[in-house]
Design a protein around this ligand. Structure first.
Ligand code: ZN
Length: 200
């Protein structure tokens, strides 16, 4: 505890809720903002509020975006016959940064996890299937994470999508087991996409 102050305590708690921020970093961030010029804290709070107000989800691919459809879905040169399925917007960012992928995406917003009550209805599978039924897509690349949930989701999707006669492939080797796409380096990610294997 830095001071006997409920407001400082609340600020520290706000930082602690961020991914990867422990107690000590949370305290350091809070102290920094309290001792820096007031504009600094204002800049941060306005940036958060502004981004939250402007960012929405793309009604096509479910990625985070400021415009709907998002710039990737709306881009005239993207290959509309291929969809890469990822768990989170961070997966889209990782692939866009590194791999030379020019198809479209679909963000599931999670992975199947029956033990925690996450079934197909809790993620955006329904919207993916609706997209596929429009008939423009001939390959779906499943780039869910290399975790038990990610694998289960890949198997589920390959069954569902295989029934539509669309090729389903799974990104290959190299993405570290148990981790998300954002932790793979660019070369690994490119190889993983190129070396995908067919599921159905
Ligand atoms: Zn989109």
């Amino acid at each position: 505890m830095l001071f006997e102050s409920p407001s400082v305590e609340r600020l520290v708690e706000a930082f602690r809720r961020l991914p990867g921020v422990g107690k000590r970093s949370a305290e350091r961030h809070a102290l920094h903002l309290l001792s820096a010029p007031p504009e600094e804290a204002q800049f941060l709070s306005e940036a958060i509020r502004d981004a939250r107000e402007r960012i929405t989800t793309c009604s096509t691919c479910c990625n985070l975006t400021e415009t709907d459809p998002c710039p990737i879905c709306a881009h005239p040169n993207r290959d509309k016959s291929t969809i890469c399925v990822v768990e989170r917007p961070s997966g889209v960012m990782a692939i866009e940064k590194g791999a030379s992928y020019c198809g479209l995406y679909h963000v599931l917003n999670g992975a199947l996890n029956p033990l925690e009550g996450v079934g197909p209805d809790e993620i955006t599978v329904g919207r993916l299937m609706a997209r596929l039924k429009q008939g423009e897509v001939n390959e779906v690349i499943v780039a869910t994470n290399a975790t038990a949930e990610g694998e289960a989701t890949a198997m589920y999707l390959s069954r569902q999508i295989g029934e539509l006669g669309i090729t389903v492939s799974r990104i290959a080797h190299g993405v570290p087991m148990g981790s998300g796409l954002e932790f793979a380096d660019n070369v690994t990610l490119s190889h993983a996409l190129q070396g995908r294997t067919r599921l159905g």
